[in-house]
Design a protein around this ligand. Structure first.
Ligand SMILES: Cc1cc2nc3c(=O)[nH]c(=O)nc-3n(C[C@H](O)[C@H](O)[C@H](O)COP(=O)(O)O)c2cc1C
Length: 223
């Protein structure tokens, strides 16, 4: 292992989806550094389809309150269709990660109202001071989204290397028409996901669990 790989590995190992934040804002220069690093991500034809709309703490709170209310009375209408289904190993991984989350929150499996309330915290961005909404040109279709996925991972890792925490969230993008109106976004940009970020509240129970990963034997098919 090289020193560079050890550093990269440590950054990825430490990153996790953070669901409780301190109210402290992040300095603009740090956000710009993370975006500049993440923008080194590859993209087909170097199209760099990602665009970020980043909210200040005041705007995050204002939007969060409005979206939290909206989400309780409106069905989801994502720009990118939600996954058709999760079956087999994907179903069990999804179930396990949901159970880890609700266990950490101290919510029993049968307590549906508490689970729904916890889910709704997505729309308040888990109390993060900032939210980056990532969009991609509709004309690039799935490949624009693929490129943006690489950017999201790189952005979260870059934030982690700066001592910051983050969480990619599809849930807010489920209310694409609301967000499009709120930010006056054109129809020709797909709203892919939000990335809430800031300083982790490390003492919060919701931040205490870590998700496992499949062994390499389930990932690589050597030929
Ligand atoms: C594209 C994408 C969308 C996600 N959407 C949500 C979401 O809406 N709400 C949420 O709590 N977590 C969301 N997550 C976080 C995943 O649940 C998390 O990455 C996964 O369980 C692995 O855990 P880790 O990030 O802590 O390693 C999302 C992650 C990705 C990459």
């Amino acid at each position: 292992m090289t020193a560079d790989h050890a550093t990269l590995d440590a950054i990825f190992a430490a990153r996790h989806s953070c669901r409780a934040y301190l109210p402290k804002p992040v300095e603009t220069v740090l956000i710009e550094q993370a975006v500049a690093t993440a923008a080194r991500a590859p993209s087909w034809c170097n199209a760099q389809p990602w665009q970020l709309l980043i909210t200040s703490p005041d705007e995050t709170a204002r939007l969060g309150a409005a979206l939290h209310t909206h989400a309780q009375t409106h069905a989801m209408q994502p720009d990118l269709p939600w996954p058709a289904s999760y079956s087999g190993v994907y179903k069990s991984r999804r179930f396990d990660c949901g159970m880890q989350l609700y266990d950490a929150a101290g919510i029993p499996r049968e307590d549906k109202p508490a689970r729904a309330a916890q889910m709704l915290e997505n729309f308040r961005f888990f109390g993060a001071p900032h939210m980056a909404l990532i969009t991609s040109p509709a004309e690039l279709g799935a490949y624009g989204a693929l490129d943006c996925g690489g950017f999201v991972t790189a952005f979260c890792a870059a934030l982690g290397s700066l001592g910051l925490a983050s969480i990619p969230q599809a849930a807010p993008a489920g209310h694409a028409p609301f967000l499009r109106d709120w930010f006056d976004l054109p129809q020709d940009r797909l709203i892919l996901c939000a990335i809430s970020f800031g300083h982790a509240d490390s003492a919060a129970p919701l931040n205490r669990f870590r998700t496992p990963r499949a062994p390499l034997s389930e990932v690589i098919d050597w030929r």
